[in-house]
Design a binder for this molecule. Structure first.
Ligand SMILES: *[C@@H]1O[C@H](CO)[C@@H](O)[C@H](O)[C@H]1NC(C)=O
Length: 478
């Protein structure tokens, strides 16, 4: 996902960041002392858990909520709900600005990028001068992680899986400007016999601007292509474009193009980087497509279950009902058509002009204001008699007690062609303050609808990109 990162704020935040570092360090050590319950629930689960593997039809990876029982990052401190919702809001603002104009943004990021470069276009080497924004503190909120292998001999890395961005990148030695703290050792291209830098006048370097929505750069002395990937919450990664062997289970993909990040700052938790699944030529999806087909399936787990990501056109996870992928105002995001929402007996129509994005990184589903208002009113009417609670952050339809204490409510998102998500209570509501109140996990947006991950959790979602359709099936997470 990508937009303007504000380098100016980073110096202002240095003091804050240093303080956060200390707090995170202390929290981190406190947490490692009480890891046992999570470890044991994961052990139990592992008996049924698909291990990372590959066959002729695709690559299969366990997918974890960042705090899930088997997540490699389960021990990290959790973000508070207000942090989760604030970050969710910045992701949505980012998507909205990305849909409107490209020129203003490109100009801003171009100047940000140039401030990190030397006169001959290379990255500055000023590690000491840069303090990371907030290393490992605020987590990649609402993020899902998987492990991929890179290099020869292959080493595995925990990466954020994102359907809203294309370029895959890993923090990379020598971390010329900044690497945030990560759990795995930082990737060292010198230790990999198959690593090669990608030159400035290559098709891959030319693709960068489409993939990252930021212009590429060129280190003129070495002739190596420079990328900048930036994200809505002012997180970013800047570095050299490289190629190396990608490994998932027994599958080996030579010449995989990704970013070797030399300046990585922001809210990436302790992950090693990010794997991009948007529809773009440099996306991980497109790069493995010649062998496995252009598609993927996931089941996004809750923080107490495990899911999967399968890359390739095999679509495991159930019998799917499909809705067409449609074209939208951004070529790499996934657009479908929400046709109505049914609440109890009421059906709320959605105008066919409404653009709907299905996104794995947005937490709370957004609806254009008139549709949101109709939904909120229908939910309040259906739960008549349940005591209301005050609004919380972006959520304004709240009730006292946990969702578990509310009467049953049927809520279905219906898409063009009839495919539907028939939501369970935990897909509909978001418990707050330890379940003392709960809010409808939907919010209003200015224009587009975005189907968020809270609503997709525990469904299998198949993105058949070459067949131009998205399928939903219930179940799939374990
Ligand atoms: C490949 O693996 C997937 C996931 O485990 C499985 O569903 C599928 O049947 C396998 N296909 C072949 C051809 O072995």
């Amino acid at each position: 996902m990508g937009l303007s990162s504000s380098y100016a704020t980073s110096s202002l935040l240095q003091l804050v960041a240093t303080t956060l570092l200390l707090v995170v360090f202390l929290l981190g050590s406190a947490h490692s002392a009480r890891l046992d319950p999570q470890t044991s629930s994961c052990q139990e689960e592992k008996l049924h858990l698909r291990n990372q593997h590959a066959n002729s039809t695709g690559l299969f990876l366990p997918l974890h909520h960042i705090h899930g029982p088997c997540s490699p990052l389960a021990h990290l401190p959790r973000a508070t709900p207000s942090e989760v919702l604030a970050k969710d809001d910045s992701r949505v603002q980012n998507i909205l600005s990305r849909l409107s104009t490209t020129t203003a943004r490109t100009a801003t990021t171009a100047s940000s990028l140039s401030s990190r470069l030397t006169a001959d276009g290379d990255l500055q080497d000023s590690k000491a001068a840069t303090v990371p924004l907030s290393p490992g503190s605020s987590l990649g909120v609402g993020n899902y992680v998987a492990r991929i292998g890179l290099g020869t001999p292959a080493k595995t890395y925990t990466v954020i899986v994102d359907t809203g961005s294309s370029l895959t990148w890993l923090q990379c030695q020598p971390c010329r400007l900044s690497c945030h703290a990560q759990q795995d050792p930082v990737f060292d291209p010198k230790a990999s016999s198959t690593y090669s830098p990608v030159g400035c006048s290559t098709p891959e370097c030319n693709e960068l601007e489409t993939a990252t929505l930021n212009p590429s750069g060129c280190a003129r002395l070495t002739g190596v292509c420079v990328y900048q990937a930036s994200y809505g919450d002012s997180s970013f990664s800047v570095g050299y474009l490289g190629k190396d062997t990608l490994t998932v289970g027994s599958a080996v993909v030579p010449g995989f193009v990704y970013g070797c990040g030399q300046d990585n700052e922001g809210l990436f938790g302790k992950t090693a980087g990010l794997a991009g699944l948007a529809q773009d030529k440099l996306s991980l999806l497109s790069q493995v497509a010649p062998k496995y087909g252009m598609g993927f399936t996931y089941c996004l787990p809750t923080s107490s279950s495990s899911g999967f990501l399968s890359i390739g056109a095999s679509y495991p996870g159930g019998s799917f009902s499909y809705t067409p992928l449609v074209s939208g105002s951004d070529k790499s995001l996934y657009f479908i058509r929400l046709s109505s929402i049914s609440v109890g007996g009421t059906s709320i129509g959605v105008p066919s002009s409404t653009q709907t994005i299905i996104d794995s990184g947005t937490v709370i589903t957004r609806l254009p204001a008139p549709i949101y208002t109709a939904l909120s009113q229908a939910v309040v009417a259906a739960l008549q008699g349940s005591a209301r609670a005050p609004a919380y952050s972006i959520l304004d339809t709240c009730f006292k007690g946990s969702y578990k204490s509310l009467p049953p409510l049927s809520l279905k998102l219906v898409f063009a062609g009839g495919a539907a998500l028939d939501l369970a209570p935990q897909n509909i509501f978001y418990d707050l303050s330890g379940g003392s109140f709960t809010c409808l996990a939907f919010a209003r947006s200015s224009r587009v609808a975005i189907i968020g991950n809270r609503q997709q959790q525990t469904f299998s979602v198949a993105y058949d990109v070459s067949g131009s359709k998205v399928g939903f099936a219930s179940g799939g997470c374990s």
